[in-house]
Design a protein around this ligand. Structure first.
Ligand code: ADP
Ligand code: MG
Length: 524
């Protein structure tokens, strides 16, 4: 140890003595200490030191490309064994998750025999977090080899692999790009079939994107830069986000099959520009990643809040600047096209194509009710005759899809809370328990359904789903009116997003489908 050692005279507690002693050196550099020790121990081997952030050799091995065998047992010293790990348990991130949490093990110090192809090296891994703050949290890998050249090949392969996505989406948040498996999984569940849109518009949305990614040659022949921007706008809750997700899913499937030689198109998803380096720094990070990943689909959710007045010029610099943005298709969504600077929305090669996501018309509301009818078709407790679809569409004029969804969710919850029984079932139950009928008699379901299908006002008024739906729609209408009133009083106040309206969605998901769990993997 160099520097002034702190003299501790008390020898009462050996551990605290060591701790204070260790923390009082003038300067600590674990890397240098280790390099010195390793060179002494293996004077005949070459040493290559590789930071772990971009080249994670253990992750590469656990993906099946190499084999890392721990050498924990090679030294039988109870104190100075060659392994130090941290173990933690991460509980499920939602209380409703049915799956258990996971154990995560992080290697602080370890020694491995590392094999790939026909090569073999000794690998030390050491977390050299020095100083009092957690930054820099640096883990180095010390590779001992007889063939440095082969190690370079390994580094190339492992780093490339590390940069690629493996069932993840790149998400920009808090100032850096991170891989999100959660968003990837939710995208896997999105598809165009569950997005109700005008058919022509849906086709145009899709072909716009397909043509762009298929069209590199066309753009080059026309001598125009191969880049585009599209805006999805309209009142909240009408499918901008779910369309983006369906598009992401579609793009991931490109090139996935063997005979499909198109390039897959990853999505880069920007949540916010907020970061410790400020928005200018964020924009630089965002676009440099997009150029690296191109061809790619670059998503700015709620574009108006991302490109505020003070960052507009930085944004345009990146979009129009001298650096090539070839292969980047940007999509921005906004509930407030009017708040977007015309410079962004109107110029070619920026966001020159716009799609309006309106509130659903009558036919679309019928379609949406049919979508729920399909979802509920195997639920024995709910009678949902065809005629109800039009009835529901009639009373939900001016509703967005998200409001309609809310009407369904609230209705079903109310019914579920009450025991999930319609008035008929109640009547039958009552009869059973009250009296003469044989409790084992089968209820003739078909006959009951046929009865329900008749467009008979009396029958409908007994239908629990319809009765409850009318109540919920009324509540939502009152809520909407109240909001409109407030919007008139305070025109610049941001309107409540659909987020708050979706509060029951997860609960309902659990009721209907048993919920879905997310899980995390092992960190190295
Ligand atoms: N066009 C649509 N077709 C089917 N469901 C829709 C549609 N638009 C919205 N929804 C429902 O409303 C919810 C919110 O929609 P979203 O796409 O997030 O709206 P926004 O336009 O505000 O991005 C969705 O999760 C979906 O359940
Ligand atoms: Mg949205």
């Amino acid at each position: 140890m160099t520097g002034n050692s702190f003299q501790v005279h008390s020898s009462e507690d050996q551990t605290s003595r060591e701790y204070f002693h260790h923390s009082s050196a003038q300067r600590v550099n674990t890397d240098i200490v280790l390099v010195e020790a390793i060179r002494k121990q293996y004077p005949h081997l070459e040493l290559v030191v590789v930071p772990q952030n971009f080249t994670n050799l253990l992750a590469y091995a656990s993906a099946g490309y190499a084999k890392a065998t721990p050498l924990e047992d090679s030294v039988r010293d109870p104190v100075y064994g060659v392994s130090l790990k941290q173990r933690s348990y991460i509980p499920p991130n939602r209380r409703l998750d049915s799956r258990p949490g996971v154990f995560v093990e992080q290697i602080i110090f370890g020694k491995f025999m590392y094999k790939w192809k026909d090569q073999e090296v000794i690998l030390y891994i050491a977390n050299g977090r020095d100083g009092v703050s957690s930054y820099p949290d640096l883990t180095n890998q010390y590779i001992l080899t007889t063939n440095e050249h082969k190690v370079d090949e390994l580094l190339k392969l492992a780093s490339t692999w590390n940069q690629q996505l493996h069932n993840e989406v790149w998400v920009f948040d808090q100032g850096y790009w991170q891989k999100s498996a959660e968003l990837y999984n939710s995208v896997q569940k999105s598809d165009w079939d569950s997005v109700i849109l005008d058919e022509d518009m849906k086709k145009a949305l899709i072909s716009d994107v397909e043509n762009f990614f298929d069209g590199q040659k066309t753009y080059t022949d026309l001598k125009v830069p191969w880049k585009r921007g599209v805006i999805y706008y309209g009142p909240p809750g009408n499918g901008k986000t779910i369309s983006i997700k369906a598009m992401m899913h579609m793009l991931y499937k490109r090139g996935a099959e063997k005979d499909d030689d198109r390039l897959t198109v990853p999505t880069l998803y920007v949540r916010t520009l907020a970061s410790y380096g400020g928005p200018e720094y964020s924009l630089r990070q965002i676009f440099s990643k997009a150029r690296q990943e191109a061809p790619c689909y670059l998503v700015f959710e709620d574009l108006d809040s991302i490109v505020s007045d003070n960052v507009r010029s930085y944004f345009l610099n990146e979009v129009d600047g001298l650096t090539s943005n070839d292969g980047i298709l940007m999509v921005g969504s906004t509930n407030h096209l009017d708040r977007l600077d015309p410079g962004i929305a109107k110029r070619p090669s920026r966001f020159d194509r716009k799609y309006f996501f309106s509130n659903p018309d009558f036919d679309q509301r019928v379609q949406y009710a049919q979508f729920w009818q399909g979802k509920l078709s195997d639920n024995k407790n709910i009678d949902f005759p065809d005629v109800l679809c039009a009835k529901i569409a009639e009373i939900t004029d001016k509703f967005s899809f998200a409001y309609m969804q809310e009407a369904f969710v609230a209705t079903l919850l109310a019914i579920a809370v009450r025991g999930g029984k319609n008035p008929d079932t109640f009547a039958l139950d009552a009869q059973r328990f009250a009296g003469p009928e044989d409790p084992m008699t089968n209820v003739d379901k078909q006959a009951r359904r046929d009865r329900m299908h008749r467009d008979d006002a009396d029958d409908l008024d007994k239908l629990e789903l319809w009765v409850e739906m009318q109540k919920q729609v009324k509540i939502l209408k009152d809520e909407m009116e109240e909001k409109d009133m407030k919007a008139v009083e305070l025109p610049i106040r941001p309107r409540a997003g659909v987020g708050s309206l979706n509060r029951y969605r997860d609960e309902l998901d659990v009721l209907l489908h048993g919920g879905q769990a997310e899980h995390s993997g092992t960190r190295f």
